[in-house]
Design a protein around this ligand. Structure first.
Ligand code: GTP
Ligand code: MG
Length: 198
């Protein structure tokens, strides 16, 4: 994972995606859950993906290419479930997300991010249902673990694991992360290195 990560492509719609090549790993989740921050923490590049305190920052599918040259890409996605965005934007992001997750043969894994303070919501279930219909492997990542007490984190784990029972296609194991402290990054990097090697 060490090395030169760079931005290669941004796509506001499903018609303008980059050619399918190599392997892709995408990060999905509600607005503000910490998708872009996680990409920065993983790659060790502070400002590779644009982040913001306010939801709705990432508005396109953003592709980053790794040190493995053209063979491995990370995909930052717009967030879903941001109720205050204009209705037309919500509709276009939602269809972009669902279409991409279902119809991309280079997509090797999707990490679905869940804020450890908020747990699994209805809009997350919608995305998990879409992933169940696609052949892609997916796993839940709890984010912002630095913001909750150990007891709250334990409760969140129990609740999310219960919500996952409806989704046997998901990895049963959750990854617990914090982009602020770096917790969980070695595990996530190792999982992706394993994926590249398969
Ligand atoms: P959208 O692109 O708007 O969907 O958001 P996003 O999911 O990409 O979230 P982003 O990475 O922009 O982070 C949103 C806010 O959460 C920012 O203020 C981040 O600094 C903060 N944040 C992200 N990860 C963490 C974390 O692990 N711990 C803490 N404390 N804050 C975090
Ligand atoms: Mg973002």
């Amino acid at each position: 994972f060490a090395g030169d990560w760079q931005f290669i492509w941004a796509s506001p719609s499903i018609e303008t995606l980059p050619p399918m090549q190599g392997l892709e790993v995408a990060f999905a989740g509600r607005s503000n859950v910490g998708k872009s921050s996680l990409i920065n923490a993983l790659t060790g590049r502070n400002a590779l993906a644009r982040t913001s305190h306010t939801p709705g920052r990432t508005q396109e599918l953003i592709f980053f290419e790794g040190p493995e040259a053209a063979n491995f890409r990370l995909v930052d996605m717009p967030g879903y479930g941001y109720a205050s965005a204009p209705k037309a934007k919500i509709a276009s992001w939602t269809s972009l997300i669902h279409n991409f997750l279902q119809g991309r043969s280079t997509l090797a894994r999707v990490y679905v991010l869940i804020d450890a303070r908020h747990g699994l919501k209805e809009v997350d279930q919608d995305v998990l249902n879409t992933l169940d219909k696609s052949a892609v492997s997916y796993q839940i990542v709890l984010t912002k673990a630095d913001q909750v007490k150990p007891a709250e984190l334990a409760q969140c784990r129990i609740d999310v694991e219960a919500g996952l029972r409806k989704h046997p296609a998901a990895y049963p194991e959750l990854l617990v992360t914090s982009s602020r402290t770096g917790a969980g990054m070695p595990e996530l990097r190792a999982a992706m290195i394993k994926l590249i090697g398969e």
